[in-house]
Design a binder for this molecule. Sequence first.
Ligand code: PMP
Length: 500
Amino acid sequence: MNTESEIARAARHLLADARAVSKPETAAMPLSRPTAVATGARSPANDAAGRGMAQPQSAADLEGLRAFVRQLRTSDLKLPAALRPLSSVGATLSPAAGMLDIDAVRSDFPILQERVHGKPLAWLDNAATTQKPQAVIDAITHFYAHDNSNIHRGAHTLAARATDAYEHARQTIQQFIGASSPDEIVFVRGCTEGINLLANILAPGLRRGDEIVLTELEHHANIVPWQMVAERTGAVIRVAPLDDRGDVILEAYERLLGPLTRVVSLSHASNSLGTILPVELMTAMAKSRGARVVIDGAQSVSHFPVDVRRIGCDFYVFSGHKIFGPTGIGAVYMTREAQESLPPWQGGGNMIQAVTFAHTTYSGPPAKFEAGTPNIADAIGLGAALDYVTRLGRERIAVYEHELLEYATGKLMAIDGLRLVGTAREKVGVLSFVLPGHDTIEVGRMLDRAGIAVRAGHHCAQPSLRRYGLEATVRPSLAFYNTRAEVDRLAEVVSSLARG
Ligand code: PMP
């Protein structure tokens, strides 16, 4: 099999699709994917398919893709709309789409009325966790006050109500991220558990020398589970590097992809640098090599619209608590094909059809991947959070946050000596910085005394900071309930520290 020409053919499809969708009259068309080639010949691809791994897709002009990637890097050429991170789609919306009424939004979040050290709380630690609107608090309270029961079992009214509410939440997630069926959504404890689930079910398909591709900006949750699997299987981890701004170097990424690439796992947005990765393009590149693609959506779903089918990934993972929902709940999107070809991870109740001491048959997905009693109340709380975000409007959120990020970037850059780390072309509202002569923890404490909550440390993404010679940064991170006034308070404290 000529792998080079396979890649090239996929690239041509990709470029043709990109051109088609960037025409105004077809701008809403989904990016179509090249279809898989099924040949009987023995090849790394068919070998991989036999182990539950994906097959390479057709492909013809590798140079086309390389040239495209080179162009992207060396000019101000904008990605075609279909390949652009969705934040930019939001950022170009017309004002006719309506503005957020921030005062009204803030009054939905009881905790924003708190005072800390006598000052109004400014919650600028949204990349670590987000605050909860009353609608989420009410949904959880209502469940425990009126509907509490285990699900799927017990022929009584509360079991039926609890099951309906839990399954309704699954459907809400499906619609929120554009999956084709609620069955493609698996509930987990959060993003970390989701990636561990995926690493463990993909592990049996990995052999010595197979490759797992990550990027330098990954959170530890998207590094350590793969390392554990690599140790077990003999697979090798390869890492796509970052440039000085915090963008992934796409030519280097492209060079890492090869016939042994089995899994590519990428953050949609970085929690330490804010970079939004062009995941559609990167997924298409990985799929053209036959790899399975995991997207870590922990820092993206709450900031801009996400459509998993448009991205074309096999898996998408996120945590409820980072999108205004409860802790202890999250979701994994898995394509039907992946769910059917991969084994379960944890065993127990709910995930079986029939058990004898000799043999167990498993339930179909998603139950196959949800052993034991799930976190029912928080799944319902997560559904309420997504409904809340949908009511606000994700495009509106993206526009508002984009403007606030630009404002905050200007304010911080104006402070003498402050070094902003992570200035990628497309960013979520993460502003990592260091102030020479001041320990990051000390800066965090000074801000806390002023009622401003930010994170100081390595943000569980040590490699991404070491790339810039740092062990820690101060990291304010924004959400739609933050205001320019809060950013001004932040800048004032940091400026006074900088002045000494
Ligand atoms: N990935 C990214 C990019 C994150 O920011 C985080 C949380 N900081 C995680 C994964 C892990 O999420 P959780 O701790 O909710 O499992």
